[in-house]
Ligand binder design. Sequence first.
Ligand code: GUN
Length: 281
Amino acid sequence: MAIIMDGKALAGQLKAKVKAKIEQSGLKPGLAVVVVGDNPASLVYVKNKKRDCAECGIHSEEFALAADVGEDKLLALVEELNNRADIHGILVQFPLPAGYSEDKVIQAICPNKDVDAFHALNTGKIMSGNYTFLPCTPAGVMMLLDNYGIDPAGKHCVVVGRSNTVGKPQAMLLLHRDATVTICHSRTQDLGAMTRQADILVSAVGRVGLITADMVKPGAVVIDVAINRGEDGKLRGDVDFAAVEPIASHITPVPGGVGPMTRAVLMENTLRAAMGGQYGI
Ligand code: GUN
């Protein structure tokens, strides 16, 4: 029987810290959330982010643009938000509809307002370990590990998925904590042979049922980053939770594991942006 890692509770604690800091400091952090089109998952994420902002005392503004608004108008909005003194963080919800360059949009965001930590300047800082903004999902995973007393140092951490948003920065954060890190992806030849070596297994692919019990070493820590919609409409991760939970030492549920942590780190990043990029909340 694994210990279930309660991301919802830990995220609540982090948001309470952010709220207290905002109240003490008299700062008025502002987050702009830009969503293009009507991707149903994006609309749910944006709604949740606005709720988190309200909980923490962060001013949030949503900009909902039609799918066909065009890249020029989107870039003009980003520029306008870059220049607004009352907006400290800018998040453009991904995925963008076909025809938009996500990279162009990311690089247009002022790095000091890039609360996703996706801009080249911020990803470069993540490589060197000299962070301004923590990458939201990977940082949330690290906080969960710390909260449950799991030290990655010397452990074999296997990250499944090599996205710029999760897999790559996750591997870096684990490496900075002295883990031995393997990154697996769609061209990995024998995924199970890799994952069975993991002391800490992080899956961030987006495929229901990808990680089965035979792919997990008994006693491993299993972190499920994915949020998939199952055939029954319910949220599911990559991990076959019912089969893996009895053999893991720790496991994150979906929902209620990594997802709330991602959004809580976003709140922390928005506060940090309002504080001029300082640490130590
Ligand atoms: N879409 C899914 N997750 C994220 C995220 O963390 N940031 C942004 N901007 N878009 C997303």
